[in-house]
Design a protein around this ligand. Structure first.
Ligand code: FAD
Ligand code: UDP
Length: 386
């Protein structure tokens, strides 16, 4: 009855399902355990009519023309003219993040900042992006002093909250996502396209999955329908020879038989305030030296709802995922030990020639929306048509 079964209706699952249905003529079943589609990109209006991102702020950003064009087939955009901008609250003072030359001039007097700016430009080149862990290795004392400031005031406490580990202990790839910028660029991302879907992410996902060849079953754990026996996948008790594309956590697919893959989770504490503004126009403020939460998002500025009455904010409290009912694994904790454990599960999955692992959870990787879309497009391209 189905040519392909896609497990998970996030951006990975929705993209691959749409492509298989439309380009390859597959009859596709999408199985999603949450009661909605969209995965972590899901958004909804709250009780006060303000569109909020249920699983934390999601900003689409990309340099990939093909990905932007593809998703633009399902949505118009609110593109940020000046990019997505973030500030850090450092002892009550708001400084631009990533740390850049504007930040440098805020924390040093003009004369010193001018000297340091020249030194940074001479050493790394104007416009370059220097990971904090690399900047810390610079032999120059003055550059080291800047690196120490950034390390202590931007990275150390935030990383401890987010990961429960120091910046040295986590993969350099993670802190490298927010490099020191040797430019006056206050944007959080340097991508050409940055914004949110004009009518929200959920509307975009509905359009992606709205196809005659696609059937969506939400509120259904794939394990209720599928059984992963040795060499064989069964669907509703019968051997299934079509493609199975899995976008969930791989350890959980195999009942964590080798032990749990570690993930970080988050608790989102939403609050509606009867005031017009909470963060002085800032959509995201990172708390890099204080508080138990990492950041506060004020949605009216993220999704351009400035005329809303009152304002809704969300605080993010990280914690170690345990697998308890209701918890969601958001971030793979990438290190050699965890990756080795992941590979054991991957080996189990390789028993099934028709099982494909796709997505931030299933691949145990740190993907942004655009990279995930690209990967899903490539997978769909590689599969044969009917
Ligand atoms: P998901 O969105 O997690 O989708 C997987 C789906 O599979 C889920 O809906 C899950 O319920 C379902 N599933 C799992 N197991 C089963 C099962 N057994 N049966 C049925 N269904 C199952 N990226 C950006 O580009 N920009 C951002 O600003 C950004 N902000 C982020 C903020 C936070 C707090 C987080 C956590 C991530 C952020 N990301 C951002 C990353 C983005 O969320 C991911 O790139 C994207 O969601 C990955 O899509 P996915 O389909 O792989 O995973
Ligand atoms: N980070 C930090 N301080 C900040 C912003 C980021 O220490 O103000 C570190 C932190 O370790 C974080 C990583 O850089 O996990 C990557 O940040 P990013 O904003 O990309 O995280 P995400 O939005 O994916 O949670």
């Amino acid at each position: 009855m189905y040519d392909s079964i896609v497990i998970g209706a996030g951006i990975a699952g929705s993209t691959v399902a749409r492509q298989l249905a439309e380009k390859k003529g597959h009859k596709v079943l999408v199985v999603e355990k949450r009661d909605h589609i969209g995965g972590n990109c899901y958004d909804r209006p709250d009780a006060y009519g303000i569109l909020v991102h249920e699983y934390g702020p999601h900003i689409f950003h990309t340099n990939m023309e093909d990905v932007f064009a593809y998703l633009s087939g399902f949505t118009e955009w609110i593109l940020y003219e000046n990019g997505h901008q973030v500030v850090a609250n450092v002892d009550g003072r708001l400084i631009p993040v990533p740390f850049n030359l504007n930040t440098l001039h805020m924390i040093y007097d003009k004369e010193t900042a001018d000297v340091l700016e020249k030194k940074l430009k001479d050493t790394y080149g104007e416009g370059s992006r220097v990971p904090i862990m690399k900047l810390r290795e610079d032999p120059d004392e003055q550059i080291q002093a800047i690196a120490q400031y950034v390390y202590e005031n931007v990275f150390l406490k935030y990383t401890m909250k987010q990961w429960g580990q120091t910046p040295e202990e986590i993969s350099p790839e993670v802190t490298g996502r927010v490099p020191v910028l040797i430019s006056y660029d206050n944007r959080y991302f340097q991508d050409k396209y940055q914004g949110v879907p004009k009518h929200g992410f959920l509307a975009m996902f509905h359009r992606m999955l709205d196809h005659e060849n696609i059937t969506v079953r939400t509120g259904t754990d794939a394990k209720e329908l599928l059984e992963f026996r040795e060499q064989e996948i069964c669907f509703e008790g019968q051997p299934f020879k079509g493609n199975v594309i899995f976008t969930g956590a791989l350890d959980e697919l195999y009942d964590c038989k080798y032990g749990r893959l570690p993930y970080r989770s988050l608790e989102f504490a939403f609050e509606h305030l009867e005031q017009e503004d909470f963060q002085d126009g800032h959509s995201v403020v990172n708390y890099t030296v204080s508080e138990d939460f990492t950041r506060i998002t004020e949605f009216k500025y993220l999704t351009r709802q400035e005329d809303a009455n009152g304002t809704t904010i969300v605080r993010e409290y990280p914690f170690a995922y345990t697998g308890a009912e209701g918890e969601i694994p958001y971030y793979a904790i990438m290190n050699p030990e965890n990756e080795a454990l992941y590979r054991k599960y991957e080996k189990l999955a390789q028993q099934h020639a028709n099982l494909y692992l796709l997505g931030r959870l299933a691949e145990y990787k740190y993907y942004n929306i655009d990279a995930m879309t690209k990967k899903a497009l490539e997978l769909a391209d590689s599969l044969p048509g009917c």
